[in-house]
Design a protein around this ligand. Structure first.
Ligand code: ZN
Length: 169
């Protein structure tokens, strides 16, 4: 999934949290958190000084796509919540869990490599709907692959939800 689909999923999950009683700010926060693991792409583009995915773009191997890294931050978040509940409200913890969790789950769909959920204990990749391609041609082949419809549907539902929110203001 591209970062646009991740943000759309985060927007929908933020809306679900808001409906569950979280403050309105949970929607933009969850939208951004859901795209956070792909920040490695910005580092890659900055290092290359161009926005192009080439064969060395193996960003699912980087720490920002390792669940153990985000789990470690979740532990720190939980400790911060215990120490100071007012600075670490529960809605923010849930925003983090569903935002990062959705990103890692959706990165298992329509990918060339997926996610190593149990790394460093296991190097097995979780892939639900593989797109067989080199990294350099992944985006083009992904957009032609049936799995890209998962992202298109998520984006369409998010746009519909945004229009509904504006209409109900
Ligand atoms: Zn990702």
């Amino acid at each position: 999934m591209t970062f646009i689909g991740h943000m759309a999923a985060g927007f929908l999950l933020g809306n679900a949290l808001e409906v569950s009683g979280a403050p309105d700010i949970v929607i933009p926060v969850t939208t951004v958190v859901a795209a956070l693991p792909d920040i490695d792409g910005l580092v890659y583009f900055a290092a290359k000084r161009k926005i192009a995915i080439e064969d060395d773009f193996a960003h699912h191997r980087w720490f920002t796509h390792k669940p153990v890294f985000w789990f470690g931050i979740l532990i720190l978040t939980g400790i911060a919540r215990v120490i100071s509940p007012s600075y670490m409200p529960l809605w923010l913890v849930w925003s983090y869990i569903v935002g990062i969790g959705s990103h890692l789950i959706l990165d298992c769909i329509g990918t060339t490599d997926g996610i190593q959920w149990l790394w460093p204990f296991s190097k097995k990749w979780c892939i639900f709907w593989e797109v067989e391609a080199s990294k350099g041609e992944w985006l083009r082949l992904y957009l032609e692959h049936p799995s890209a419809w998962v992202e298109r549907i998520v984006i369409a539902v998010a746009v519909f939800a945004a229009i509904l929110r504006i209409a109900l203001l």
